[in-house]
Design a protein around this ligand. Structure first.
Ligand code: GLN
Length: 458
């Protein structure tokens, strides 16, 4: 045990508390750790003494877990998520719980019951979502690393909007024990960091098999930190044409072209590839994610967790009043949609059809990777961060924020967003996708882009 006399994490927490109480507040945190929630000393480990922020859908000892929902307001879990436990074992200090879209449903953090988090680069703009508070906290310099979760882009899209690094690992790389489920066939815990190295060391610390999560893999965890200095010589990087079409901001496109050129200059071979089913991904994702959400969120019934209202002896009334008052509009929209696509008579038309499309999207990736492509490079989002309120009235436009990110969740592959430039001062993210278990490749390519295009490079 290493004793840190001054407990520097208390100062870090105090600084966050002061800034968040002032006029420049980003509303990035839903809870901050009290002195008693933080250790006197930390174990020697790869993250010794590093303050870390945790998305509010990962359950924590000592701090409430609300998923930014009224339904779970004040809820205290009796146990802790494996990813959080591993962070503490690596020496990290949990500073607080970050704002998010309610239960992870959203792309702007505006669907939080506790108000939106703001983008530190431009406080009139959204930080992205659903891990908006985690991305804002890292971008603001409150913490160097933060945990998020990514079901359809919720780590990568906010990372891109805030100008930080975000990585969604391979399905099964990180235990989801203690992650409040949204869509179980898509959810992964992900890592955000100021740099590729930071995101890599955070991911490495939380990865690996956990007997408490049957979907977590027994594969050995690679040395991701070492991968950051490996370079891209000899790698074949595919650029899928379908990601560069309608709806892509031409200025974002220019950043992607520069990124590809930087990778070429660093020794990678750049190859055009085709992923023909790309355009079906958002509707496919929305059907499957809503179906799984409608089932997962059935547990919030006023009996077992968090809020309880109504009832008066009538169980049906208890469910109805609790859920009507507890869930926000977007969550209700997903539950209704999900229940519909699973209902008798419609299941085959929507849910089963979406399952078939999912297989086609995965097969596109399989073909590209079997043809000798080591990784794919695309924009993370079609535009930089949009203004607060801009997409709130139009759910379809909001869902289209994820046109480049849901594919990796549908097929389980790992993906990373790295800053690759700015448009009118707003950060632009480039997305790297690799085959299953290819996180090392993501880190090598990400670090190369960062070195060649990042702030202060060139
Ligand atoms: N924005 C997507 C959605 O609203 C993805 C969310 C996520 O990854 N949790 O479903």
């Amino acid at each position: 045990m290493k004793s840190r006399g001054g407990r520097p994490w208390l100062a870090a927490r105090d600084q966050i508390r002061a800034s968040e109480a002032g006029p420049e507040s980003l509303n990035a945190f839903l809870a901050l750790a009290e002195d008693g929630d933080m250790p006197d000393s930390v174990p020697d480990g790869p993250l010794s003494g590093v303050p870390v922020a945790v998305k509010d859908n990962l359950v924590t000892a000592g701090l409430p877990t609300t998923c930014a929902s009224r339904l779970l307001e004040g809820y205290q879990s009796p146990f802790e998520a494996t990813a959080v436990r591993r962070l503490r074992a690596a020496g990290a200090v949990v500073i607080g719980k970050t704002n998010m879209d309610e239960f992870g449903m959203g792309s702007s953090n505006e669907h939080s019951a506790f108000g939106p988090a703001l983008n530190p680069v431009d406080r009139n703009r959204v930080p992205g979502g659903s891990s908006g508070g985690s991305a804002a906290a890292v971008a603001a310099g409150y913490v160097p690393i933060a945990l998020g979760s990514d079901t359809g882009g919720s780590v990568r899209q906010p990372a891109a909007f805030c100008g930080v690094v975000g990585v969604k690992p391979t399905y099964g790389r990180v235990s989801r024990y203690g992650l409040v489920a949204f869509a179980s066939s898509l959810d992964q815990v992900g890592a955000l960091g100021r740099t590729v190295y930071d995101a890599a060391r955070l991911l490495q610390a939380v990865s690996g098999h956990d007997p408490r999560d049957a979907t977590s893999s027994t594969r050995p965890v690679p040395d991701l930190r070492a991968a950051a200095s490996r370079g891209v010589g000899g790698l074949v990087v595919g650029i899928p044409d379908e990601y560069l079409r309608d709806g892509l901001d031409p200025a974002v496109r220019r950043c992607v072209d520069e990124g590809a050129e930087a990778l070429h200059d660093a020794g990678a071979e750049i190859r055009q590839v085709s992923l023909p089913h790309t355009r079906f991904a958002v509707p496919c994702y929305q059907v499957l994610a809503a179906a799984e959400a409608s089932s997962n969120l059935a547990r919030f019934d006023g009996v077992r967790y968090g809020r309880r209202s109504g009832g008066d002896g009538d169980l049906g009334d208890l469910y109805e009043v609790t859920r009507t008052e507890g869930f926000g509009r977007e969550v209700k929209r997903r539950i209704v949609l999900g229940t519909f696509v699973l209902s008798a008579g419609y299941q085959d038309r929507y849910y089963s059809q979406a399952q078939r499309v999912r297989a086609l999207i995965s097969a596109d990736f399989g073909r590209a990777f079997n043809d000798g492509v080591h990784a794919l490079f695309t924009p993370t989002t079609p535009t930089p961060a949009f203004r607060l309120g801009e997409r709130l009235g139009n759910p379809v436009q909001m869902y289209l924020s994820d046109v480049y990110t849901v594919h990796a969740n549908l097929s389980g592959i790992p993906a990373m967003s790295v800053p690759i430039g700015t448009v009118d001062g707003l950060p632009v993210g480039g997305q790297i996708m690799a085959p299953w278990w290819g996180e090392e490749t993501l880190v090598s390519i990400g670090a190369t882009l960062e070195a060649r295009l990042g702030e202060g490079a060139g």
